[in-house]
Design a protein around this ligand. Structure first.
Ligand SMILES: Cc1cc2nc3c(=O)[nH]c(=O)nc-3n(C[C@H](O)[C@H](O)[C@H](O)COP(=O)(O)OP(=O)(O)OC[C@H]3O[C@@H](n4cnc5c(N)ncnc54)[C@H](O)[C@@H]3O)c2cc1C
Length: 401
């Protein structure tokens, strides 16, 4: 049976996050964006609302809500600003859900529980100066030395680089095995030899923190190997299934923000004796935004539905991420167009939406990578098998908010 209704808990969740965004992000975001300031208090406040582990089971410190509830949080946060949705994407989507899926019980207790409670922040280090889409081109290494692995290398474009306490980091344990020689590690900021540095001069997500990680003989205990040696590539790709889901949901929120601003302006601005909303070419842009919103939302919730069932959803999530981010990028472009010259200044928020809408078309699989993935699925060149460890299905017994 198909059901398009939100549960009462999901309705409450949406209105809680919306109120939070309206009160604690909207009044300040213009200034934060101009200053390039990431406010860590937002993460603390999200933790107080029990949202830093919204879809993590209660037994691991979370709220136990379903995966589409995570989507709702991301939609509403990105309606405020992409920076905070990005923070939740890496903390929950790329890190905490990966610990839930692949971690040992000890790793979950040590790292997932404090992250789900928002006491510690998680991030994800895959990209390197010489390796983005081509993950196997990474050059960070992890060499076994007794009870430790010694990590050396560099990551770049890492969200929350200066903020996070824990990082899931990918490194070669055996370069000769290519994809099968990559392993995943849990690295703590406090481990000697670790350092980070923010990147300045970004086009968008300026109220977010993004930058480099450096590993200079970082001794990581062998207990911090996530999954088996050589399983890192699979772990990275399964993490992206969850990260991409949150990015797609965030894009829905950005389209909502573009529509809100544009509809308001359409009623305010008059040309040729009528509201600009009465001009058919402006209506075309509004209609395209609405179509993008509805199509993207359906794709996101379908992927969330599959996650709730514990089924593989790489194909559906990739499609949702690609389509939603492209629609959001176009919606932001049109929102600026609708505002005319005023859209070109930061007197209105739409120029920020346009700048922010670009990174999600690049990160967590570029537009081109998702296009290729979709073609390969249709042509039968790509098929998914169940993983050794799947993301646990949602347990409806465990809701606590
Ligand atoms: C704001 C921001 C935050 C980020 N946060 C993180 C993070 O937290 N953790 C993390 O690990 N990474 C993060 N990234 C990095 C991001 O995931 C990479 O930038 C992305 O994977 C693309 O890699 P690249 O930039 O090296 O581009 P490249 O892979 O070098 O691609 C360059 C161009 O070539 C195209 N291209 C590449 N290969 C192909 C192909 N086979 N066919 C067709 N076209 C191709 C791409 O689509 C793109 O247009 C972030 C990036 C940004 C901008």
């Amino acid at each position: 049976m198909m059901n398009f209704d939100f549960t009462p808990e999901q309705e409450i969740l949406r209105s809680t996050v919306r109120k939070f965004v309206d009160k604690e992000i909207m009044p300040y975001i213009k200034e934060w964006d101009e200053r390039g300031y990431f406010d860590p208090n937002i993460m603390k406040r999200l933790a107080e609302l029990n949202l830093m582990g919204v879809c993590i089971p209660e037994e691991y410190g979370g709220a136990g809500m379903d995966y589409n509830s995570l989507a709702i949080v991301c939609e509403e946060l990105e309606r405020g600003d992409t920076a905070f949705r990005t923070a939740v994407s890496v903390h929950i989507g790329l890190n905490s859900l990966t610990l839930l899926q692949w971690g040992t019980e000890e790793q979950k207790q040590k790292y997932l529980v404090p992250q789900a409670k928002g006491e510690k922040i998680g991030a994800f280090g895959l990209t390197e100066p010489g390796a983005g889409s081509d993950v196997a081109a990474i050059s960070t290494t992890a060499v076994r030395d007794g009870d430790y692995y010694i990590l050396n290398g560099q990551k770049t474009w890492i969200s929350l680089c200066d903020i996070a306490d824990h990082f899931i980091v990918f490194a070669y344990t055996d370069k000769s095995k290519k994809h099968h020689g990559i392993s995943a590690f849990i690295v703590e900021r406090t481990m000697p030899g670790f350092s980070s540095k923010a990147i300045k001069g970004k086009l968008g997500i300026r109220a977010g923190n993004t930058g480099e990680l450096f590993f200079d003989n970082v001794r990581v205990p062998k207990e911090n190997l996530l999954g088996h040696e050589g399983e890192g590539f699979k772990i990275a790709m399964s993490a992206l299934d969850n990260g991409r889901f949150t990015v797609a949901a965030g894009a829905v929120g950005l389209i909502m923000a573009c529509l809100e601003a544009s509809v308001k302006y359409c009623h305010e601005r008059k040309t040729f004796g009528k509201e600009i909303g009465r001009h058919q070419l402006v209506q075309q842009m509004i209609a395209n935004m609405e179509a993008g919103l509805q199509i993207s939302r359906l794709l996101v919730y379908k992927a969330g539905y599959l996650k709730n069932q514990g089924k593989r959803n790489t194909r559906e999530t990739s499609l949702a991420k690609w389509i939603a981010c492209d629609f959001a990028n176009k919606a932001a472009d049109d929102a600026v167009q609708i505002h005319g010259a005023y859209g070109y200044s930061n007197e209105y928020p739409v120029e920020r939406y346009l700048r922010n809408s670009k990174a999600p078309v690049i990160y967590e699989g570029t537009r081109e990578i998702h296009t290729i993935m979709q073609a390969e699925y249709v042509l039968g060149y790509r098929k998914d098998k169940p993983l050794r460890k799947m993301l646990p299905a949602w347990n409806p017994e465990s809701v606590k908010l």
